[in-house]
Design a protein around this ligand. Structure first.
Ligand SMILES: Nc1ncnc2c1ncn2[C@@H]1O[C@H](COP(=O)(O)OP(=O)(O)O)[C@@H](O)[C@H]1O
Ligand SMILES: [Mg+2]
Length: 385
């Protein structure tokens, strides 16, 4: 397969396509079937590697209009932006657009009643209910292809029920969880992101999750944590949900080899323990700097409980991450720069952030008077994040 360099990828277009497809609730294969292209073609659009032909793009836009995927009242504007982003050689067909947006001419997504559905499996699923407000913006997500593939395999194909992303601060756990959640949203009926950074009580957090995952939110909750967790597990058994619990380390005793919880937060141990032990059809994705002890007993390569320790990003991803800094350097210089910050994206970004743009001399990393020396001087700090 041809390997594309990061410079050739059109991430802005890729993100638009991915967002629209997830909003209309189709899988890549499902969308491919509707548009008469392969799943791979859809994957290439979403990888920013190619653009659809005009006719396919029109069919896609029509589908998005039918499914209300564009912001209400801004459909025309967003369609024009998509057409432009898709680098079409022909101008947007104005008559067609007017007809498409005219309220009198609705186009059916489903075949008329009585017509056998050509691809029953490719019908749009009900939209997942989503609360993703606290997740990170992934429009500049870079690299991590291997991790994304592996985690998607665990979550979608192998149906792991509890997956923990481990790694030092700034390494990209929340970013990866955000990206995965967005990418896999259509696999779930409901998708919820909760950070525990503000240390909510476990009772409070569980009640919040029960409310979100309930068809009819309860008006009262059991007083006991154990019973609340039982209600949550019941929701996770009844439908396929994705729950991200971000920043679990906030509640862990720092540096405690036992992976114990801070006083008053031991309830989280019960929560993680029960989410790990109980059979349910959902997936809980935890991010933490340290490994919570409850997952250890059940963790394994064939178990539905897994963890992945994130290493740093590679040079190619680092170049993408720092592309707006317009740095240039030899492969060896990039290698040294990335290694100096153990591939920690946050540390790399901080190292290159500054009030003034780097001077032309500094833009060449690894040169005699280049930025590398200055950057390397700060590199030691990365390991402490
Ligand atoms: N794969 C990535 N692509 C682009 N930027 C990233 C990536 N991973 C991390 N970053 C950048 O590094 C910052 C820190 O990442 P984050 O996910 O918050 O780290 P963690 O949750 O492990 O502490 C993010 O805000 C983002 O700017
Ligand atoms: Mg984080």
């Amino acid at each position: 397969m041809k390997r594309y360099s990061y410079r050739e990828r059109d991430y802005a277009f890729a993100q638009l396509m991915l967002t629209l497809r997830t909003t209309i609730g189709l899988t890549q294969a499902g969308l491919g079937e509707r548009l008469g292209v392969s799943r791979r073609a859809v994957a290439e659009w979403e990888g920013g590697l190619s653009y659809p032909k005009a006719e396919r793009l029109k069919a896609f836009i029509a589908l998005c209009v039918q499914q209300h995927a564009f912001a209400a009242g801004r459909e025309e504007e967003e369609i024009r932006a998509l057409w432009k982003a898709a680098r079409q050689k022909v101008l947007l067909d104005e008559d067609w657009l007017r007809g498409l947006l005219a309220p009198a001419a609705p186009v059916r997504l489903s075949p008329p009643a009585g017509t056998p559905a050509a691809h029953a499996g490719a019908e749009a699923v009900a939209f997942p209910r989503v609360d993703w407000v606290e997740a990170l913006d992934v429009s500049h997500f870079a690299g991590r292809e291997v991790e994304v593939a592996e985690l998607s395999q665990w979550i979608v194909q192998e149906r792991c029920r509890l997956v923990t992303l481990l790694g030092m601060g700034g390494i990209g756990k929340s970013m990866l969880a955000s990206y995965l959640g967005q990418r896999l949203a259509q696999e779930f009926e409901a998708v919820l992101w909760r950070s525990v950074r503000d240390a909510p009580s476990c009772e409070e957090l569980v009640a919040d999750c029960i409310t979100f995952f309930s068809q009819t939110p309860p008006t009262a909750f059991p007083a006991s944590l154990e019973q609340r967790i039982t209600q949550l597990v019941a929701r996770l058994q009844a439908s396929r949900c994705l729950l991200v619990l971000d920043n679990l380390e906030t509640l862990l005793e720092s540096g405690d080899r036992e992976g114990g919880y801070l006083p008053g937060y031991e309830g989280y141990g019960r929560l993680i323990g029960r989410l790990t032990e109980s059979a349910h059809q959902s997936c809980v994705l935890v991010t933490s700097r340290e490994r919570p002890r409850e997952i250890e007993a059940l963790e394994g390569v064939r178990s539905p409980v897994r963890s992945l320790r994130l290493a740093g990003i590679d040079e190619q991803a680092a170049q993408e991450l720092l592309s707006d800094k317009e740095l240039s350097g030899t492969p060896a210089a990039w290698q040294r720069l990335v290694a100096g910050y153990v591939g920690n994206p946050l540390a790399l970004k901080h190292a290159l952030a500054g009030p003034a743009p780097p001077s032309a001399a500094l833009k060449t990393i690894g040169g005699a008077g280049g930025a590398l020396a200055a950057l390397a001087a700060g590199a030691g700090a990365a390991g402490q994040l």
